[in-house]
Design a binder for this molecule. Structure first.
Ligand SMILES: Cc1cc2nc3c(=O)[nH]c(=O)nc-3n(C[C@H](O)[C@H](O)[C@H](O)COP(=O)(O)OP(=O)(O)OC[C@H]3O[C@@H](n4cnc5c(N)ncnc54)[C@H](O)[C@@H]3O)c2cc1C
Length: 433
């Protein structure tokens, strides 16, 4: 046998799994199609979300560590943080709508590359057999073992191990080849393209910022987040401006980003901004895999998820899966089923109604620019309490609008009905909060 554990994919899930397993004494091989595994090459806002009990976890960040208090582990992190008060959405005429966390901050933006480089150096020191520029093709269970087909510059070969983790991220080709997408509901495909910008003059406190309305783009959405990344020099704050758009639209993402930057409604904020880098990725959204641990193969992180598990969730997946494998090898358990329990408990998209609640976020894009300007200006500096959370933000937004239901109804009965339709919270209840 080539190893105890073979991991396909060296993102946060795969790296954390490799570190945990190797430090527990397992013989680990990790393959990644990238040449330079820890480099930051895919758009990611890199927000560490601090909402209490998010992913059934509470995070602490101090002394050069990110600690996962409930799961019981920590990762070393010596990069910088940018604290965010919450999320801000701007209507076409730039009325802000803020979801603000209490206590501050809602999130800390990390330098993902610094985190990954540290994990990478740790797996290297722990003796993991690291194989860059190597693509994982498929993982198959055999008797008391697994076989993993990989391809590198010398061609294809089969590696064998006691266990395999598939951690090749969103739109996982390995999951697809294993036939696991057949049991999943397909939702959408999309592209994300980001510019790393230096010299942005954002006139509000740091936040995750999104722009809503056709004045910004006829399809898709722009959003941006501030970061401090070592690779751009110390003390150098940058903003990652991302354009996300469903595939199949007749839209060139790069042209859209340039137009937004140079001619869009917030061009004053971006007038001095210099593009340092451009990165992009494709994404497919499926319903989550119900039981990602099956026999001796576990699908980790985004490869099994609906929307992303986020970096913090990916780290949790890697840690938990490797600990369970270690216990299996020690004869303390006879299956990895506990991973499926962890998966269902910690990731909100597995809970009833949450995928639907997340999808309601897109409902906001069905409003006209006039409606958005009207709704966002219902209150001066419209601010409502809440966290940065894909699953709940639509409910938070529509609940905030619903508080003005009677006023909206007088202004535009059809619009009031629309708010009611998209709000999962009864308008009567919202009026009483
Ligand atoms: C636009 C955008 C914004 C985001 N914002 C945030 C945020 O604010 N906060 C947050 O925490 N998360 C955010 N995320 C999500 C976050 O990036 C992911 O949840 C996280 O990276 C998942 O980790 P992973 O290890 O499962 O997969 P990935 O990080 O995708 O890693 C997969 C790895 O597998 C490798 N790979 C792929 N295919 C193969 C193959 N066939 N063989 C070998 N290797 C392969 C890739 O090269 C990569 O290294 C965002 C994502 C996007 C797209």
């Amino acid at each position: 046998m080539d190893a105890d554990l073979i991991i396909i994919g060296g993102g946060p899930a795969g790296l954390m799994a490799a570190k945990t397993a190797a430090e527990e004494g397992l013989k680990v091989i990790i393959v990644d199609k990238k040449k330079d595994i820890p480099l930051y090459t895919k758009p990611c806002c890199s927000m560490l979300l601090l909402e209490p009990n998010y992913h059934d976890e509470n995070l602490k960040t101090d002394n050069g560590k990110i600690t996962f208090l409930k799961t019981g582990f920590s990762v070393d992190y010596d990069g910088e943080y940018v604290d965010l008060l919450g999320s801000m959405r701007f209507s076409p005429s730039l009325h802000p709508f803020t979801i603000k966390a209490n206590p501050y901050p809602a999130a800390k933006v990390i330098d993902k590359e610094t985190l990954a480089k540290k994990l990478f150096s740790q797996i290297d020191s722990a003796g993991v057999d690291i194989r860059p520029s190597t693509q994982g093709i498929i993982a198959e269970e055999a008797k008391d073992s697994v076989s993993v087909k990989v391809r590198d510059k010398n061609g294809e070969k089969d590696l064998t191990a006691k266990f395999a983790f598939v951690a090749d991220g969103v739109s996982s080709n390995v999951v697809n080849r294993m036939g696991l997408n057949k049991e999943r509901k397909f939702y959408a495909k999309g592209l994300a393209l980001s510019f790393m910008l230096e010299g942005v003059n954002f006139p509000y406190p740091d936040a995750f910022v999104a722009f809503i309305g056709k004045r910004f783009t006829s399809a898709g959405q722009f959003y941006m987040v501030p970061k401090k990344m070592k690779k751009f020099g110390k003390d150098n704050k940058v903003w990652e401006l991302t354009f996300g758009v469903p595939t199949g639209m007749d839209i060139n993402p790069k042209e859209q980003l340039l137009k937004f930057k140079n001619e869009g409604p917030v061009k004053e904020w971006l007038a001095d901004a210099k593009i340092l880098e451009e990165i992009g990725c494709a994404m497919s959204f499926y319903s989550p895999i119900e039981n990602p641990a099956n026999g001796r193969i576990v699908i980790l992180g985004d490869a099994a998820s609906f929307q992303e598990v986020e970096n913090q969730g990916a780290l949790m997946c890697g840690y938990v899966a490797s600990k369970l494998v270690k216990e299996f090898l020690e004869g303390k358990r006879d299956s990895l089923d506990e991973y499926n329990e962890f998966w269902k408990r910690c990731f909100e998209f597995n809970h009833p109604g949450v995928v639907e609640a997340t999808a309601r976020t897109y409902a906001i894009h069905t409003f006209t620019d006039e409606q958005l300007d009207y709704l966002f200006s219902l209150e001066e500096n419209f601010t409502t309490p809440g966290w940065i959370n894909h699953c709940t933000c639509a409910d938070v937004i529509f609940a905030a609008f619903s508080k003005h239901y009677e006023e909206i109804k007088k202004h535009d009965a059809e619009l009031a009905e629309k708010i009611k339709k998209y709000s999962s919270i009864a308008v009567d209840a919202a009026l009483n909060t």
